[in-house]
Design a protein. Structure first.
Length: 149
């Protein structure tokens, strides 16, 4: 993200009318820390999902905490046809109700192809972010709403 990007935590919650906005700028410390961690991983040659997802997880946990949400990592869910899926993260409220999902991918992955695979496997498409260190996709209600590089 270049420049002064403003994001809104309502994007991940999917509930614009019921929560306060969290203003996120590229100049904020958590964002700077995220990019510094990615740079460190890249310098060490660690750009696979298992390595780089920790940086985004920390970032997401930070902003969830500011919005009274909790990020649950690697929680196994069951699809309507009883298949097991395990998103990298599920954002829930104090009652455990899901508001969004997160799926991390490698730098080299084509996120559009990976999204299709996840949705075919039964991953929720109501409100999910699929991200790699260089690209993020936001799907809401089954439709791509945002692609950011």
């Amino acid at each position: 993200m270049n420049g002064d990007t403003h994001l809104n935590c309502c994007i991940l919650s999917g509930q614009r009318d019921t929560m306060s906005e969290v203003n996120i700028k590229t100049t904020h410390k958590p964002i700077k820390t995220y990019y510094a961690e990615l740079e460190e991983y890249a310098q060490l040659g660690a750009e696979n999902e298992g390595s780089v997802r920790a940086a985004f997880q920390s970032l997401l946990q930070h902003y969830c905490g500011q919005s009274n949400f909790t990020l649950l990592c690697e929680k196994t869910l069951h699809t309507a046809d009883n298949r097991r899926i395990t998103p990298d993260g599920e954002v829930v409220d104090a009652y455990g109700l899901p508001h969004g999902y997160w799926e991390a991918k490698d730098t080299q992955d084509d996120l559009y192809i990976e999204a299709d695979k996840k949705f075919a496997a039964g991953y929720p498409s109501k409100n999910i972010v699929l991200q790699s260190p260089t690209h993020a996709l936001l799907y809401q209600n089954g439709q791509l709403q945002l692609s950011h590089t």
